[in-house]
Design a protein around this ligand. Structure first.
Ligand code: SF4
Length: 189
């Protein structure tokens, strides 16, 4: 590289000699960064989605290449978030495709130190059996003063802030129909 090339590689020279006098664009760009391209340019398609972490509901663009999630970033068309994601939302790719993600139902029997893999149907049956048994064992027609209550205090629901309005609506319906009255959400607590 000659002396002229060295000078041209110096950003302040480009800033003074070129059109970018404030050094906010072309002048500040290195030769290496000029050769780089965003990885989303190689995506096969872009899928609109919502951040799964909290009920703010920031919109996301999911870039897919070879049927794999390649990148996830904020959607500038969203009136809620206008392209922004907080640090949790920015880490969504690790949530959905990171090496620590569990793909099977894990079950640790009472008293055991070992986890077992369960298929989803088996796990759902186990949960349903426990709900039915607990409801039958703890059902109250009347309270201690003889007032009609038709309820169970044997189980309740505690939701997380990742639940959205529609999910909370359905959870409230389900648990109220089962007779539960202890229905709460972490976002309200
Ligand atoms: S976790 Fe962050 S990015 Fe995701 S919805 Fe909530 S505020 Fe938005």
């Amino acid at each position: 590289m000659g002396i002229g090339d060295h000078l041209r590689a110096w950003p302040v020279v480009r800033q003074l000699r070129g059109k970018d006098h404030l050094g906010l664009g072309e002048a500040a760009r290195s030769q290496r960064s000029a050769t780089l391209a965003p990885r989303i340019e190689e995506a096969d398609r872009v899928v609109g989605s919502i951040c799964p972490f909290c009920a703010v509901g920031c919109a996301q663009r999911i870039y897919v290449k070879d049927e794999q999630v390649q990148h996830i970033e904020g959607d500038p068309d969203s009136p809620i978030s206008r392209g922004r994601l907080c640090p949790r939302g920015s880490s969504t790719k690790d949530l959905v495709a990171g090496p620590g993600r569990e793909y099977k139902v894990r079950y640790r029997p009472p008293g055991s130190a070992q986890w077992q893999d369960l298929d989803l149907d088996t796990a759902m049956e186990m949960i349903a059996d426990r709900v039915i048994a607990t409801r039958e064992a703890t059902w109250q027609d009347l309270d201690a003063e003889g007032r009609k209550v038709n309820r169970t205090l044997g189980f309740g629901s505690l939701g997380g802030a990742a639940l959205d309005n529609e999910e909370n609506y359905l959870i409230k319906k389900l648990f109220t129909a089962l007779g539960a009255i202890q229905i709460e959400n972490q976002a309200r607590i």
